[in-house]
Each structure stands twice: as structure tokens, then as C-alpha cells.
Design a protein around this ligand. Structure first.
Ligand SMILES: Cc1cc2nc3c(=O)[nH]c(=O)nc-3n(C[C@H](O)[C@H](O)[C@H](O)COP(=O)(O)OP(=O)(O)OC[C@H]3O[C@@H](n4cnc5c(N)ncnc54)[C@H](O)[C@@H]3O)c2cc1C
Length: 432
């Protein structure tokens, strides 16, 4: 080939590449870099970005994340007991840059599925061959009378996105008088981290046991059951006197009138279905839905984003993949481990698509640890497979379970160390 011929070929190839997959030429033949734009640098987005590059380093990956660093929600309940600082949960994106990922600090405000462009608040336009969206959750602010974003930021934190509200809640608990009362309002299903509100109550109790032993923590719940309930109750009985008159923790289920309707942030009074509760500290975890960009990009049906469970490609718009909390991935929970697992399946499916191959049959994994008190950890684990007839993700029978009931002190202690090593591993897997 002469130089001119070669230049003309390269120009032509670039032109065809710009048309995307529809040209029908495998990227390898043309040497064209496929472009993936990832929205959201949390667990799902960061893991997908990293694994795309690990699977095929000819793919150009741009990650759009609104914050300069990631603060993990997982383990953030330990900030409330004073076991950790928020700083210990905060990580930068240099590890991803070292994988050759372009990290852009901006907020995605729209996605054009026909032109295949992501638009940002900063005026950026990012062309993609595939787009991965993992924006996490948003809140249904209209659901509880008197509860607004401003109230949450100043007096009644939800602290359900780790950050300043987590520290505000910690300060409020520290400032609470001895014998004070903490009210936690748990959200209805589905929501981010099903065992989280109960771990939160446990972590606050762990602090109060030493510093305010007459304190009470009341969980108001719009549900009649919760994740790992048997194990939590066992831990609460052993550690916090649950079931006695002096119990530090009280759980009020839906049947007991636990669903809340309204809050008066001035008096910290919560109106539940049957009774009114007044707290010294109130923590409302509101009902949830997919993050805002999922709505702006027309990816939702109801509150969450429907996806093809084999690939996590949106069933509403081809070429856009939705991961993690924002997706409808029943029966997987909305957890970090689930998002991490889905991201790897999705990255492999995108690479296969670029190579003209069919996606494989996925399996997924989730383990969720909770630290109920000092040296008292519990967990739930499952391996999931795809039921392609129903397009649902289902636990593989006998693949998991919960930690044993009435386990030895040794096992409970070991589960705390497993929880902490799981945290280090998942952060390393997504960001390093
Ligand atoms: C108290 C608590 C404890 C938890 N404990 C555990 C645990 O022990 N184990 C576990 O597995 N899970 C746990 N979780 C759940 C876990 O944090 C989430 O399930 C997980 O983070 C979901 O990952 P994601 O990628 O969907 O969303 P996230 O990790 O929330 O990431 C979303 C990212 O997208 C960014 N973003 C959103 N919109 C835009 C936009 N328009 N443009 C650019 N960026 C955007 C956000 O800034 C954020 O960085 C816990 C959660 C809480 C609240």
C-alpha cells in the first residue's frame, strides 16, 4: 500500500468507525477504538470502566462522575458508632486513570440514544458506542410530609448517601443527652442496602452502650420483615437486651403502626400511623427510586430501570446499560457487591458485542455483612443465575444462605474481620 493509499484507508476506516457498530465491521479489522461512556463513578460504574479496559485495552473509556472522589456508603454506619471516619471511606480516581480511563468531573444531564451522545451540565458532549449508567438512587421527597432536601441537610439527615449528612448524624448522636431517644424511619422495599437501617440501629446502640447506656433507639418500619431479621434479633438480644423492658432497641413493624406519614422538623416529632413519636435525634431514610439521570434519559418504568438480565442493556434504549441500585435486577438486592458483580457481566457483554459475539450465560454473586456489635458480625450470601425464560435473576439453590443461628463467639468475631476485608477487596476491585 502506498502512503497515500494508507492515509485514505485510515480516513475511510475512521469514518466507518464513527458510524458505530451498524457498519458491521469488527473493530479489530479496522483498528478503530470503540468508545464507552460510563455515567457514575460508584461501585457499578467504576467496576465496569475498569473491567472494560482489562478485557480490551483498545476500548476508549470515559467515566463521568459529578464528585472529585468516591465516599462509600458501605461501612458508613461505622462512622455513626465512631469506629471509623468518613475520610477512611473516601477514595480518588487515580487508580482508574492508571488503567487508561479518562475521568471527567461533571454531571450527566441527558443521553441521546439515537445520536449516541451523553450531555453534561458543563456543556460536554460525549459520543459513545456503548453507554453504561450507574447513578445509584434518588429519593421520593414527596412521600413524607414535612421532609425536604433542606430539612435533611440541616436537621433530620437521611445519611443514606455517605457524606456530610453522615457526619451531621454522628454529631447529633454525640450531642444527645443520656437517656435520649433516636428515631430511625426505615424505607419501604425496594431500597439501597436492605440490611442497612438495622445495621445502623445496631451501630448507634454499640456507641450508646458505652456512652449513653439509657438511650433508646426506635426503628419505625413500613415493613413486617427485614433482611437477616433472625440474626439481628439474636444479636440485639445478646448485646442490647432486646425483648426486655430495658431493651436499647425497639422495632415497630408495619403491623404495629411503624409506617410514618409526616415529620415536624422543629419539634422532631414524627407522625406514624397509630402514634406520634418524639426524638432527640431523628433519622429518616426516605422511599427511593433510580437516580435523576435515569429519568432524564427515559430509562425508567415506574421507579427503576428495566434491563435485559443477560447483559444489563436497557430494554428501553439499545446501547445503554444500567447497573447497580438504579436497575431492576430482582432478585438481587441493591448492594455494592451486587453492583460490582453486575458490572463485570455487563463489561463482558459489551466487549462481546463489539467483537460480534453473543453474550454468555451470566452468574452473579452477593454477600452482605453487617456488624451488629463488638465482635458480632453476621452475613447473607448467594450465587445467582439467569432464568432466561422469565428474564429474572434467581438464587441458585443451596448456593448460599445466612450465617448460622446461635453461632459461637469465635464465628461472630470472624465475620467482623470478614466484613472489613470484604470492604478493602471491593474498593480495590473497583478503584485500583
Ligand atoms: C448505610 C449503608 C450501608 C451499606 N452497606 C453495604 C454493605 O455492607 N455491602 C454492600 O454490598 N452494600 C452496601 N450498601 C449499598 C451500596 O452502597 C450500594 O448498593 C452501591 O453503592 C450501589 O452502587 P451504584 O453504582 O449503583 O451506586 P453508587 O455507588 O451510589 O454510585 C453512584 C455514583 O454516580 C454518581 N452520579 C449520580 N448521578 C450522576 C450524574 N448524573 N452524573 C455523574 N455522576 C453521577 C454519584 O455521584 C455516585 O458516585 C450500603 C448502603 C448504605 C446507604
Amino acid at each position: 500500500m502506498t502512503n497515500i493509499d494508507r492515509r485514505a484507508f485510515i480516513r475511510g476506516a475512521a469514518g466507518i468507525a464513527a458510524l458505530g457498530v451498524s457498519a458491521g465491521f469488527p473493530a479489530l479489522v479496522l483498528g478503530a477504538a470503540r468508545r464507552v461512556v460510563v455515567v457514575g463513578g460508584g461501585v457499578g460504574g467504576a467496576t465496569a470502566a475498569k473491567y472494560l479496559r482489562k478485557l480490551d485495552d483498545t476500548i476508549s473509556v470515559t467515566l463521568i462522575e459529578r464528585k472529585p472522589s468516591y465516599t462509600s456508603c458501605f461501612m458508613s454506619n461505622e462512622v455513626l458508632s465512631g469506629e471509623r471516619t468518613l475520610q477512611s471511606l473516601t477514595f480518588g480516581y487515580d487508580g482508574l486513570r492508571r488503567h487508561g480511563i479518562e475521568v471527567v468531573q461533571d454531571t450527566a444531564v441527558g443521553i441521546d440514544p439515537l445520536q449516541k451522545i451523553v450531555q453534561t451540565a458543563g456543556g460536554g458532549k460525549f459520543q459513545y458506542d456503548a453507554c453504561v449508567v450507574s447513578p445509584g438512587i434518588g429519593f421520593k421527597w414527596e412521600a413524607i410530609g414535612g421532609y425536604t432536601e433542606e430539612v435533611a441537610a440541616t436537621t433530620v439527615p437521611h445519611a443514606w448517601n455517605a457524606g456530610p449528612q453522615t457526619e451531621l448524624l454522628r454529631r447529633q448522636i454525640e450531642a444527645m443527652p443520656e437517656g435520649g431517644r433516636v428515631i430511625i424511619s426505615a424505607p419501604p422495599n425496594p431500597f439501597k442496602c436492605p440490611p442497612g437501617p438495622y445495621e445502623r440501629a445496631s451501630q448507634i446502640a454499640m456507641y450508646c452502650k458505652h456512652h449513653k447506656p439509657r438511650a433508646k433507639i426506635i426503628i419505625l418500619d413500613p415493613k413486617d420483615a427485614f433482611s437477616k431479621q433472625g440474626l439481628y434479633l439474636e444479636g440485639w438480644r445478646k448485646l442490647y437486651g432486646y425483648g426486655t423492658d430495658n431493651s436499647m432497641i425497639e422495632w415497630i413493624s408495619a403491623a404495629g403502626g411503624g409506617k410514618i406519614e409526616e415529620i415536624d422538623p422543629e419539634t422532631l416529632t414524627v407522625q406514624a400511623e397509630i402514634e406520634e413519636f418524639q426524638g432527640d435525634v431523628v433519622n429518616i431514610i426516605p422511599p427511593q427510586k433510580a437516580g435523576a439521570i435515569a429519568f432524564a434519559a427515559d430509562l425508567v418504568e415506574g421507579d427503576w430501570c428495566p434491563v435485559d438480565k443477560r447483559t444489563f442493556e436497557s430494554t428501553r434504549h439499545k446501547g445503554i446499560y444500567v447497573l447497580g441500585d438504579a436497575s431492576s435486577a430482582a432478585k438481587m438486592p441493591k448492594s455494592a457487591y451486587a453492583a460490582n458483580s453486575q458490572a463485570k457481566v455487563c463489561a463482558a457483554a459489551i466487549v462481546n458485542r463489539f467483537r460480534g459475539l453473543e453474550p454468555g450465560d451470566p452468574t452473579f454473586v452477593n454477600t452482605c455483612y453487617s456488624v451488629v456489635g463488638e465482635d458480632f458480625g453476621i452475613s447473607v450470601a448467594a450465587v445467582y443465575g439467569l432464568n432466561s425464560h422469565t428474564n429474572t435473576i434467581e438464587p441458585i439453590p443451596n448456593s448460599g444462605g445466612v450465617s448460622p443461628a446461635n453461632a459461637s463467639a469465635e464465628i461472630r468475631k470472624r465475620e467482623v474481620s470478614y466484613a472489613h476485608s470484604w470492604f478493602k477487596n471491593v474498593i480495590s476491585d473497583m478503584l485500583e
